[in-house]
Each structure stands twice: as C-alpha cells, then as structure tokens.
Write a protein that binds this ligand. Structure first.
Ligand code: MTE
Ligand code: HPA
Ligand code: MOS
Length: 783
C-alpha cells in the first residue's frame, strides 16, 4: 500500500506551530482540575502520615492504641497490616512504605491515620507511643565516604591512560567543589485519592509521572494482581522528576485505607511534610585533577564524584550513571577516568530531578574549564572552544558513542556574536577596575544532553486512539502532563496525521487501563516517544480509511488524499473527515487503534559503560552576566542570552516556555536554593520561609532566548524535533560561573575562588573575603 502521508507541501501544518498549552487558560482561571480539586465524596477519609523523628534508630516499640481511640479516627495502619510486600521502590525493593524495625531518616513513614478530617488525623497521630533506640547517623557525603557507606557499588569509567598522559602535559591542577541538592518545589505536593471498587479493586488518582509503576507497586503492596489497580492522572502541578518514583508510597497508603475500610481516602502532603518526607536532587562532592597544554587543551582528566543518595537506592544508579555520561559535556577527553561513589546516608532517599545527575557532572567540568583558563590567563571561552568535540575526529565520547550531530560549535559562535560576548567581557573588566563595591562577571557555557533513558528497555511507549462517528477523536497515551506541554504536542501530531483541527482531538487523562506497561514520563523523551506512538495509532486508522475509501469509491489508494478537514477521493468526490468516518463505520471498519513505538539504534552495555545509550543529543548555550555587591554578597543575574536547539520544534511557544522555566529553575539551584540539615538529620529548610526559590524579581532584566534556527534532528525523531524538558536546565551553569568570575575580579583575577553551589550571598561573601586576604582554593602546581 502506498504511504498515506501526503508530501509536506500539500498539508496545512499542525506541528511546528506555537500553539497555546491546552490547559493554559484553565490554569490561570483556576478551572483546571488537580487532584485536590476533585469534588470530595461525602464519606471521604483524610489521611495523615506519622513520621520518624530520628535519623537512624531501632524502632523498639510502636504502639498506636491511643491513636486508634482518638476522636474521628476510623483506622490506623502500620507495617504489620500490609497484606502484600511492604515496599514501593522503583528498582531494588528497598523502600518500605512503613518502617518495620528500623528507621533510617527523619520523616520516614511510621504509620497512616485515617480520620473524618485532616485535623483529627494529625492530632491523633501525636498520641502514638514510639520508642527508639538511637544509633549513630551518617548524614553527609564526607561522613559516608569516611565510613565506607554506600547504597550501590562504586563505578568507574576509564578510557586511555590518564596517568601516563598527565606526565607529558605542561600544566596540572586540581580542585574540589561541593554542589548542593534541590527541592522540587512543584506547586502541587504529592497527593493520592483512592476509591474502593468491587472485588477488592481500587482506583487511584495519583499525582505521578509514572502511573504504571504506582499501579505495580500498589498491587504488590496489596497482594492483588496488577489488573485490580487503576491509576489515573490528568495533570500534575509540576513533577520535575520528584514524582517519578516516590508518589507510590502515598498511593499505597491511600489504597490500603480504601480497600480495608471500603471508603475513599485522600492523602495530601502539605508543603513542609512534602519537603521533609520526599527526596531531592542529589548533592555532590566532586574532585577533579586535570592536566593540559599551554593552549588549554586537556591531556588527562580524573573526576571523582560522590553523591548523597540517602537511605535507599531509588533511581541513584541511573542518576549517577548520567553524571558519568555528562562529565564530558561538549568536550573531548581522550584520556579520562571517572569514579562515581553512591553514598548511603541517613537522610531521605534522593531521586530524579530535571537533568537526572547530568547537571552535577556538567557543573564540575565547566568549573574545571574556568580553572584551566584562569591558570593560563586565557579567556574561558577560548579554552572551551579548544576542547570541543570535533565533527569527524575527536568525536567519540568516553562511553564510546560517536557524536554524529555536533552543532555545539555553531551555537557557541552564533551566541558569542549575538550577545556581543568579547566586547562585553572587556567592558566588564574595565567596569570592575573602577567600581570598588559592585563587581561584574560574564560567562558562556554550552550544553550537550543525551536523549533517551539510559535504562534501554524504558525507551518504549504506547497510545490509544478512538475516532467516533461524528469525526471527533479521543487521544490517550502513556505520557503524563506536568505542565511541560506534552499533551498539546501529541495532539498536534495526531491532528497533523489526520489533517483535522486540533479542537477535534480530545486530550484525556493518563490511565493504566487504557495504555498499559508504560515508562515514566521522564528523560525528556515524553513527546519523542508518545508522539511517535500516537502517530502510529493515527496512521493505522488513516490507512484503514484509505483502504476502505479506495475500495468503496473504486479508485486507486493513491488517489485518496487527506487535506485539511477534507478527503479528496480522486477527482470524483470530496468528503469531510466526519463523513468519511461515518461511512466507514456503516461499512464496518474499525475506528480504534493502539500505537506503539520503541526508540531505534540504542544499545548499551551497562557493565562497561559502552555503546550508544542515547538516540541523539540536544544542544544549547547561554551567556550570563552577574553583578555582586562585595560588601554583602548580594547578587543578581542581570542579563542572559540563550540559543537552544530543539530541532524542528513541534511547538516553539511551549519550547521557549520550557527553556525559560528550566533556566530559572537551574539558576535557583545554583544560587539561592539551599537545603540545610542539622546534625541530627532534621531538614531545617522545609518551607518557602527558609528555602528560597527564584521569585519574579530574580528573572534577569534582559533575557534573550532564541531557538537555534534551521535546526533539524538528524535522526528520525517525531517531525524532526528534539526533546526540550531537561537540557536547558543546564544553561544556568553560566550564571554560576559568571558569579565565580565576578568574585575572582576582587583579586584582580589573580586568584581563582573557592565557591560552592549554591552561590548564596553568604558563600559569595566568604569567597570575596578569601580573595581579599589572598587565599585561593587553587591547589595547582606547575609540573
Ligand atoms: N516542565 C514543567 N512545567 N513541569 C515539570 O514538572 N518536568 C521536567 C520537564 N519540564 C517539568 C517540566 C522534567 S524533569 C522532565 S524529564 C520533562 O519535563 C518531562 O516531560 P517531557 O518528556 O514530555 O519533556
Ligand atoms: N532519566 C530519567 N529517568 C530515568 C532514567 C533516565 O535516564 N533512567 C531510568 N529512569
Ligand atoms: Mo525528569 S528528572 O527525567 O523526570
């Protein structure tokens, strides 16, 4: 049969158009339903989770008799009430939903209280008798390294002979950098609403990026088959990776209460509980040791990464692997060793967060580039350019994947030119000479981010498409909407395929009983994979319609043309989409189809870090300008210029929104968002009063963003677009490095500052003082 897709010139495009997010208006007017907006049934139970107050202890006694007797309490469940397996982890089976005989972090769930009101549930929880036998707690990376405490074995990637190459290099320096974690601070916290169904089944509205994993974990927990549990999510109020795994704990509790009491049950964490009880971005300690020539070209490099994983593995294996995969960023390092320690600490288990370990690797290598430039007295941009991957040589990553689509050099050149980088660098140096208290810095950093789950089997997706007899279409797929604009993009793909107006395509909630066995919406691959799956479903229906019409009207299949909202049947006839669909129905043609997609070309040997873990790379670059008040450490990012590559964008409006949001979120991570645990393992920054995410006023006054023009994915991605969710997050490294540069100016650029992330005013001030008295972190020694 002929390919039913008409050539590009024949169709009025639905893709590559800046369509508004399908929920944008409902979201600003308040009409968009989040789970807590669903009208509450009158017999609803409200749940509260009692938490461990100790970081590490034997749970000697847990007596909930008085809790059960409290006003309004209907049920209390502990680990002993779990009918199935007391675990809701993604990989290793090491995340008990309720603590059993030990607790391993402050905030760990002890038991759940179900009451008529949330106030009653909270009040009752306090009446438990909990006896701990406290044990020494390992809280930080340094403590874990000293104790040899790891959640997973240490890994190493090595290529070439860095030890030998180092001997031949002109210069060598080393440095250490601490990189803080980050709370997801989604506007909507974790929430699950479970409703009992007949036969012991349960339906759960769960704010999750991974409905299938929640379903499977809940089924295991309740000891029922997967088909007894349905998980549904229309939209999250943000996920950012924080809802990739850990929503399952709360869904399991709500499902247990619903199935045991026969009443619907809602568990919604408030902000403080959400911040205390759920994992964050991994904080890291990084050591680098680099040798290079006088032209700045790296000859040998060794990174040692150590991350705080918390009490369980969660996704830490894949996250720390992604750090390894991104410690090169855009640079070719022939002789390299990367060691990755995955530390076990008595803190909440850290989890996925936009960039998934990649950002930490890239912060490290970008700091190293600045250190090299400083050592040689060169412009950091020059050093970066000297180390970029080549096009046909110097183009194989340390994990043996050939970089086939390297557009970093073009993006960097265009951005340097457009942002007037060189002239502004001189102006800033001049300004700093004459300005005693305000110091400015400028930095350009590039981004290369690998697209695909590094866990290869996760790179598959499914969709379900129904066409009703009036020509309206129901679209469902395995991806979840968290604000990123996935649903509108996939709807555009379907509208394009069927040549119908997008209004005809009903966007529906993600639910495990429509599309099964899905992967998390993560790794930025939501639109790549679900777009292709939905396209396949639409194509199947279109092919059936073409086959039917050709037969029915006695024309060749090649004579059937899908035009905007109409179908040409040779030169005989024109039908509307609805007319053709109605006719097909009357002639008993199936108007419903599934679609499936698996990412091609990828393969990867996890043992040896070797293969092609990524289908392709997304690129970008940013120039940030910072100003620092050296009397107070206060600072601001005043101007940012970005060029970012989204291939042939499916939706430039959504993509620009993603780029802006990601940059600001990354800037928050590296500047103001500081997580502080006390020496007992209590998170002291668990509300916006003490944890500062960016405000509107933190947005740079000048913020120029552009999509890289004439970009097109060299691979066969959905309509030649590229993933956009995570890559622009790492553009914010330029902001951090601009601050470092401003601090360095205090020593007239003679010293290279020690400045850890986040670069809070306190840290900047400390670093400025060190510059003033002539202390440097620079442990470099010419060899
Ligand atoms: N954008 C918004 N508005 N809200 C989010 O929670 N999550 C990010 C990114 N952009 C997020 C977001 C993360 S961590 C990922 S992996 C991608 O969106 C997931 O969606 P996608 O694969 O459809 O891009
Ligand atoms: N990104 C996000 N989530 C994941 C990945 C990844 O690479 N691998 C497994 N889960
Ligand atoms: Mo995103 S961290 O892969 O959910």
């Amino acid at each position: 049969m002929r390919n039913p897709t008409p050539s590009k010139t024949e169709i009025r495009g639905k893709v590559h158009k800046p369509l508004i997010h399908d929920s944008a208006i409902k979201q600003v007017s308040g009409e968009a339903d989040y789970i807590d907006d669903i009208s509450e049934p009158k017999d609803l139970l409200h749940l509260y989770v009692a938490q461990s107050e100790k970081a590490h202890a034997d749970l000697v006694e847990l007596d909930v008799t008085d809790v059960k007797a409290a006003d309004g309490v209907v049920a209390v469940f502990t680990a002993t009430d779990v009918p199935g397996i007391n675990d809701a982890s993604p990989v290793l089976g090491d995340d008990p939903v309720f603590a059993e005989d030990i607790v391993e972090y402050v905030g760990q769930s002890l038991f759940v209280v179900a009451a008529e009101s949330i106030e009653q549930a909270r009040r009752a929880a306090k009446r438990a008798k909990v006896v701990y036998n406290e044990k020494p707690a390992i809280l930080t990376v340094d403590q874990a390294m000293q104790a040899g405490s790891f959640v997973l074995p240490t890994r190493q990637l090595k290529r070439g002979a860095p030890e030998l190459k180092r001997e031949q290099a002109d210069r060598r320096l080393s440095g250490r950098l601490e990189i803080g974690g980050q709370d997801h601070f989604y506007l909507e916290g974790h929430i699950s609403l479970a409703t009992p169904r007949e036969d012991g089944d349960v339906h759960i509205h769960c704010s999750t990026q991974h409905p299938t994993e929640v379903q499977h974990n809940v089924a295991k927990f309740l000891n029922v088959p997967d088909h007894s549990v349905t998980v549904e999510i229309r939209r999250m109020g943000g996920g950012f990776g924080g809802k990739e795994t850990q929503g399952a704990w709360f869904a399991a509790m709500a499902a247990l209460v619903a199935t045991r009491t026969g009443r619907p049950a809602k568990l919604r964490l408030d902000r403080d509980d959400d911040m205390i009880m759920t994992g964050k971005r991994h904080d890291f300690v990084v050591d680098y040791d680099v040798s290079f020539n006088t032209d700045g070209v790296v000859q040998a490099v060794e990174f040692v990464f150590a991350s705080r994983c918390g009490r369980s593995a969660d996704l830490s294996a894949a996250i720390n692997d992604r750090t390894i995969f991104h410690a090169d960023n855009c640079y070719y390092f022939e002789d390299i060793s990367i060691i990755s320690h995955r530390c076990k600490t008595h803190t909440v288990s850290n989890t996925a967060f936009r960039g998934f370990g990649g950002p930490q690797g890239m912060v490290a290598v970008e700091r190293m580039m600045d250190a090299i430039a400083h050592d040689l007295g060169k412009d950091p941009l020059e050093v970066r350019k000297a180390n970029l991957y080549g096009k046909n040589e110097r183009n194989v990553t340390p994990y043996h994947m050939t970089v086939e689509d390297n557009i970093a050099p073009e993006i960097i050149a265009e951005l340097a030119e457009k942002s007037n980088y060189l002239a502004r660098r001189d102006e800033i140096r001049e300004f700093n000479k004459n300005s005693p208290y305000l110091k400015k810095g400028l930095s350009l950093t590039p981004v290369k981010f690998g697209i695909s789950f590094t866990t290869t089997f996760l790179n598959q997706a499914g969709a379900l498409l129904h066409v009703y007899t009036d020509g309206s279409v129901m679209l469902n797929h395995g991806g979840t909407e968290m604000g990123q604009g996935l649903f509108v993009k996939v709807a555009q793909v379907v509208a394009e395929e069927l040549q119908i107006d997008i209004e005809r395509v009903k966007i529906t909630a993600t639910t495990t009983d429509k599309v099964p066995n899905t992967s998390a919406t993560a790794a930025s691959s939501g639109s790549d994979m679900n777009g292709k799956a939905a396209q396949a479903a639409a194509r199947t229906i279109k092919e059936r319609l073409i086959e039917f019409a050709a037969e029915h009207f006695e024309v060749a299949q090649s004579a059937i043309q899908f035009m905007p909202n109409r179908i040409l049947i040779g030169d005989k006839k024109t039908l509307t989409f609805a007319e053709l669909v109605q006719l097909a129905y009357l002639n008993r043609v199936s108007l419903s189809s599934t679609g499936y997609y698996r990412t091609p070309k990828i393969h990867y040997d996890a043992e040896n870090y070797s293969g092609r873990p990524f289908y392709y790379f997304a690129y970008g670059a940013a120039v940030s300008e910072a100003v620092v008040d050296i009397l107070t450490g206060e600072n601001k990012i005043t101007r940012v210029d970005i060029i970012h590559d989204t291939g042939k964008s499916l939706n430039p409006a959504v993509d620009l929104g993603q780029i802006e949001g990601a940059f600001i979120q990354g800037m928050g991570w590296l500047t103001t968002e500081e997580l502080f645990f006390d020496d007992k393992g209590n998170l002291k920054t668990h509300a916006p009063s003490t944890y500062k995410i960016p405000a509107c006023s933190d947005r740079p006054d000048i913020f120029n963003m552009a999509l890289f023009e004439n970009a097109e994915n060299v691979e066969d991605s959905i309509h030649k677009s590229k993933a956009v969710g995570e890559p622009p997050f790492m553009l914010a490294i330029s902001a951090f490095n601009a601050l470092t540069e401003a601090v360095s100016s205090v020593s007239n650029y003679e010293l290279f500052p020690e400045l850890d992330a986040p670069a809070t005013p306190e840290r900047i001030l400390k670093s400025v003082r060190a510059m003033q008295i002539g202390v440097t972190s620079d442990r470099s020694a010419a060899e």
